[in-house]
Design a binder for this molecule. Structure first.
Ligand SMILES: NC(=O)c1ccc[n+]([C@@H]2O[C@H](COP(=O)([O-])OP(=O)(O)OC[C@H]3O[C@@H](n4cnc5c(N)ncnc54)[C@H](OP(=O)(O)O)[C@@H]3O)[C@@H](O)[C@H]2O)c1
Length: 347
């Protein structure tokens, strides 16, 4: 079915000002554009769902990182899933479901010269639904998979601790640790998230850090110490886990969400001498470095999902791109329960 592009209006969210601390409404500007027919070699994708990621906070800052900042006035960068609605590119047909980085907008027009470096890829909805393609089969799933296996290097029988355990990356890390024969201990905010992590995802234990019992919880649930700590949050939690690590432990520095909205200096680990005493290693990772190996990981994870060895939880928000500013804030309040996904259009 062909879409009459001339009848469409593309609603967008642009970065208006760089935030200081938590992002606010004043950081965003809403805009509208017409949707032009693609040039030879280009295509137009209709956004179905957008991925809300803590990393977005970093992309709003000026300065050097693993990826350039979003420029002022630019459509906010976002990963997502969409449907091709017009194509003059031989590799994509109208009706294809694709993953990529549409940005916070309803339609993504990709110029011919941009297609190759846009990261656009056809996805197979038989392997997982749209939410799962943004979660366990998508960027967070790849992060948990390669961060745990390549950097954490867990061995059967060892204890793996992961913070942000009920979130997108955390779900993958704990479940994969169990599949690899490890003891999996989560850290999450609130009794309900902890129950989910143990009862639904099959972790051995989960510590509610908001109940103020992290130290006691680690002592109780990590009797043999911590061999791998997969850190999603940084700050106090990282410091506390460092007091429990084993000889030759691996600390995977995946993220530090507790620090992203700091207006002062980032709080680094005070207890870093635990690395020296235990001949342990702390290593950062960025998921994009593993892009060439995503297909292999996706095939393996899809197999786990199909066999019922792995579950996924997505937290869908309705309301389209207009709700993006509010949705982003939910990540920093811990208001999301599972991978946060913003629905933009009906499938
Ligand atoms: N290195 C990479 O390539 C890469 C790729 C993807 C993601 N990441 C990082 O991985 C981490 C998790 O990302 P995600 O997408 O899976 O997000 P998520 O865990 O689904 O959502 C964020 C969660 O962080 C927790 N949180 C928020 N503020 C916190 C605080 N001050 N202290 C402790 N916990 C806090 C909340 O859970 P609670 O309710 O449990 O507190 C919240 O639900 C982030 O740090 C992200 O930047 C890194």
């Amino acid at each position: 079915m062909t879409t009459d592009l001339a009848s469409l209006v593309n609603h967008q969210v642009r970065l208006a000002a760089r935030p200081v601390g938590l992002p606010a409404a004043s950081n965003w500007r809403f805009s509208e554009e017409a949707v032009a027919a693609p040039a030879e070699g280009g295509l137009v994708v209709k956004t179905l769902a957008l991925s809300l990621d803590p990393a977005m906070r970093g992309w709003m800052n000026e300065g050097r990182s693993y990826i350039p900042p979003v420029e002022l006035g630019e459509v906010m960068r976002a990963g997502g899933i969409g449907r091709v609605i017009a194509s003059r590119h031989p590799g994509f047909a109208v009706g294809d479901t694709v993953s990529g980085a549409p940005g916070v907008q309803e339609y993504w027009s990709i110029a011919p010269e941009q297609v190759a470096r846009s990261g656009l890829a056809r996805i197979d909805l038989a392997l997982g639904d749209v939410g799962q393609w943004l979660n366990v089969l998508g960027m967070p799933g790849m992060t948990g998979y390669f961060g745990l296996l390549d950097v954490g290097k867990p061995e059967a029988g060892q204890t793996v601790v992961v913070s942000g355990a009920a979130g997108a990356v955390g779900q993958m890390v704990g479940q994969l640790a169990k599949i690899k024969g490890c003891r999996a201990v989560g850290i999450a905010g609130g009794a309900e998230k902890c129950r989910f992590v143990v009862d639904e995802l099959g972790f051995d234990a989960c510590i509610d850090y908001k109940a103020g019992q992290l130290r006691e919880g680690l002592r109780e649930h990590c009797g043999n110490g911590v061999d791998v700590y997969f850190d999603n949050v940084g700050g106090e939690i990282l410091d506390t886990v460092l007091t429990r690590i084993n000889r030759h432990a691996r600390i995977v520095i995946c993220g530090a969400i507790s620090q992203y909205n700091n207006t002062g200096a980032v709080q680094g680990p005070r207890n870093y001498l635990a690395l020296l005493v235990n001949r342990a290693r702390m290593e950062g990772m960025v998921v994009f470095d593993y892009a060439a190996r995503y297909p292999q990981a996706i095939a393996e994870i899809a197999g786990h999902l199909k066999a019922g060895r792995m579950k996924s939880r997505e937290d869908w928000l309705e309301g389209g791109v207009a709700r993006f500013p509010e949705a982003l804030g939910r990540l920093f309040e811990g208001a999301n329960f599972g991978k946060l996904v913003l629905k933009v259009a009906d499938d």
